[in-house]
Design a protein around this ligand. Sequence first.
Ligand SMILES: Cc1cc2nc3c(=O)[nH]c(=O)nc-3n(C[C@H](O)[C@H](O)[C@H](O)COP(=O)(O)OP(=O)(O)OC[C@H]3O[C@@H](n4cnc5c(N)ncnc54)[C@H](O)[C@@H]3O)c2cc1C
Length: 357
Amino acid sequence: MQTDTLIVGQGICGSMLAWWLEQAGLSFVVMDEPRPFTASRVAAGLINPVTGRRIVKTWMIDELLPFAVSTYREIGATLGIDCISPARVIEFFPTPQMRHAFLDRYADDREHLVLPVHEGDWRAQFQYDLGYGIIRGCQLVDLPALLEATRKRLKEHGRLREERFEQGSLITGITDVRYRDIQAGRVIFCDGVESTANPLFSRLPFAPNKGEFLIIEASDLVGRGDIQTVFKKGISLAPWKEGLYWVGSSYEWSFDEEGPTESFLKRTGAILKDWLNVPYKIVGHYASVRPATLERRPFVGFHPLHPQVGILNGMGTKGCSLAPFFSYQLVEHITKGIAIRPDADVRRFTKVLSHSS
Ligand SMILES: Cc1cc2nc3c(=O)[nH]c(=O)nc-3n(C[C@H](O)[C@H](O)[C@H](O)COP(=O)(O)OP(=O)(O)OC[C@H]3O[C@@H](n4cnc5c(N)ncnc54)[C@H](O)[C@@H]3O)c2cc1C
């Protein structure tokens, strides 16, 4: 078969890329090996405009957030799902230093930070001693729903191959690529942490990062008002499916095994016991690996020596906000030759990539 683009991987990157290619009227095929615990399938789905110990705005968020919201809404309308909703974070201060940091930032950032009128008003549900602050302007993305509905649509349109892509079967030419029976104008790798083993891209400064989390049943735990509420006290508690909460996660640069560990279960179980005043039951424990990068910027664009081979990866902890924008940039680059942002363009690594094939 012939197609414009072969996409490898249907996580948030591959799904977004498929969306923009379809909008641009280009043909494509997505090859994805079904796996239950990929980063996109297990992510909490939170887009938080201010993060870190200093509670400062994240990179490019003023541009990324509105773009992400409108993209998820458009896709949702086409797929018949509601995959993004406004959210806030109730941040219970875990230490006096964190309380100070929040109050300091509050003076400068009234757009995102709010102080409660009554600091004790969550005590029926949570145990906390140092008060809390509220981060507003967040969004929660329902990635499982988005991935599932996208997959269904791809299948219906005959654009999905549910199989493993084998690097050894790829033949790259000057103007096209061949993969078994597929002749494509280009191949774009959206394969998450697997790209670290791709001989064409393995020299990129990836820094895979493991995250473990629990799923708990806590039907007495309810947010208030008409927006979703994420609770935080060192770890996050985010609404998952009906009556369930996602609790996590760890953030590990160095790990021996990719699966769930006893030590995380014990540690997080103890935190929950001290923190929650409502009954709960742990019903799941999972782990996945984030395709993070050393300089915390994504990898977008085409290989300097193989111009028909592209990558959309390195979303780290922020796939929900980065993927909509950078998949769009990539398609604008393909269709109109518009330059990719230099700090995201993979050609900033031309030197190292020139030694990788
Ligand atoms: C615990 C945890 C919590 C997170 N929470 C958040 C959050 O709240 N907000 C946020 O923005 N981000 C969050 N993230 C980060 C986010 O999940 C990632 O940035 C994002 O999902 C990366 O998407 P991706 O499409 O690049 O990769 P992936 O989701 O890994 O998708 C890659 C796809 O490629 C397929 N694939 C790989 N190799 C092959 C092959 N050889 N052949 C065929 N198919 C292949 C895989 O099966 C998979 O479907 C979290 C991550 C973790 C682990």
